[in-house]
Design a protein around this ligand. Structure first.
Ligand code: FE2
Length: 404
């Protein structure tokens, strides 16, 4: 092939333009799946070290920060706004172990961030990766088909130096590359430490396990190839509509990941069923592609879900019948099935081990972004065995919203 491939991602306003930083998660490399498709993606000239942080556009960051502290147990770690000389955007940084979120809200009508809010509502605008070299990351990815969101730039303050750059990906989402030089500030240069009167108690969230992108019909393959080309990602896991359709709705999904499986990015598209796919519902309400869910890892999902329920988080209802044949489906597990049933926690097994997971309802009024809580016991998959039970639950919610 001569020249870089081109991808149909329109150039957009860099809503996120570099809000940034934090350590990436120390994830041990799982055993390799024996049957990975033989393919040799091009090795990038820089290292992707993990998810750095996720940036959200929200209508009222001050109140949203309260929600993430009181419900999910994040600490308010940093802030940037008028007091720091930013006349456009108020930003709140929330941290829990290695999970870092930034909530952005525009101060004024002319802020470009309003375009994102008008079109998509509250949701993810940027997925930032920790890299060893943000200049090389930008040069390599833009050479291999990515459109630049912003060129590499160095930011400095008393805490040290950080280099950032950015590219566009699916929908209006961007990827920021963050290169740290032992930066010692609260988050990124320009952010001030923040004090909160809320005493947030950790809910046990450790790091981001995976981030899922929903695509419009027939767009999944294009996005998967994009990640193969720019990052040398491999196809870790694939499901088609026969695997996970219910009577009414269906989807297709391909998980792309780096070779260490530190960064896992499932890409979904709707498949045709008797009724509207949940992916199509997302695309309709989000006005196009976007981040569907962020999965956060815990070492004790029973503790995590108990705390989240006490704090007022809403979870998808899992039918009691799901647990009737659980032992036959997943074999022996360490947890008490009665406790899992009481809390509605899902279990699935693959060749490497098993996993426990549960999904929140959408965390804003539009039925778009939600969260997953996941505890892996060596399993490397994503809960295929739970999809049918889960989708039936989602369909009940869709029916209640009149969008099925
Ligand atoms: Fe997931």
């Amino acid at each position: 092939m001569i020249g870089p491939p081109t991808f149909d991602f329109r150039p957009k306003t860099p809503y996120n333009a570099a809000v940034i930083a934090g350590p990436s998660a120390p994830i041990k490399t799982p055993e390799k799946l024996p049957s990975r498709e033989a393919q040799i993606p091009m090795k990038p000239s820089f290292k992707l070290l993990g998810f750095d942080h996720v940036t959200f556009a929200v209508g009222n960051a001050k109140q949203a920060a309260h929600y993430y502290q009181t419900v999910f147990g994040f600490d308010l770690a940093g802030y940037r706004g008028l007091e720091q000389g930013d006349r456009q955007t108020a930003s709140y940084v929330l941290k829990q172990n290695h999970v870092q979120f930034v909530l952005n809200t525009p101060y004024r009508g002319e802020s470009p961030l309003n375009e994102s809010l008008k079109k998509h509502g509250d949701g993810v605008t940027d997925i930032a990766f920790h890299v060893d070299d943000a200049v090389k990351a930008w040069e390599h990815t833009t050479k291999h088909g990515a459109k630049s969101a912003f060129e590499p730039r160095t930011m400095e303050d008393d805490g040290g130096k950080v280099v950032v750059s950015g590219i566009h990906t699916y929908g209006d989402v961007t990827h920021t590359f963050v290169e740290r030089h032992h930066y010692k500030g609260v988050f990124l240069p320009g952010y001030a430490p923040a004090k909160s009167r809320i005493k947030a108690e950790s809910t046990g969230l450790l790091f981001i396990d995976h981030i899922v992108g929903n695509q419009p019909d027939s767009e999944m393959e294009n996005v998967v190839r994009f990640y193969e080309n720019i990052f040398g990602f491999q196809r870790l896991w694939t499901v088609d509509d026969k695997d996970i359709s219910t009577e009414h709705t269906a989807l297709r999904s391909v998980v792309v990941a780096d070779e260490n499986e530190t960064i896992k990015m499932p890409i979904n598209e709707p498949a045709h069923g008797l009724k509207k796919s949940q992916i199509q519902e997302y695309v309709d309400f989000n006005s196009g592609a976007g981040v569907q869910h962020i999965a956060m890892s815990t070492n004790d999902i029973v503790f995590t879900i108990k705390k989240l329920v006490e704090n007022g988080a809403e979870f998808l209802y899992v039918p009691k019948t799901y647990y009737d044949d659980l032992s036959q489906r997943v074999g022996v597990i360490e947890e008490d099935v009665k406790v899992l049933e009481k809390m509605g926690i899902l279990v699935d097994r693959d060749d490497s081990g098993y996993l426990l997971q549960l999904f929140t309802k959408p965390v804003q009024d539009r039925p778009t972004l939600f969260f997953e809580l996941i505890q892996r016991k060596n399993a490397r998959s994503f809960g295929k065995g739970n999809f049918k039970a889960l989708f039936e639950s989602i369909e009940r919610e869709q029916a209640r919203r009149g969008t099925l």
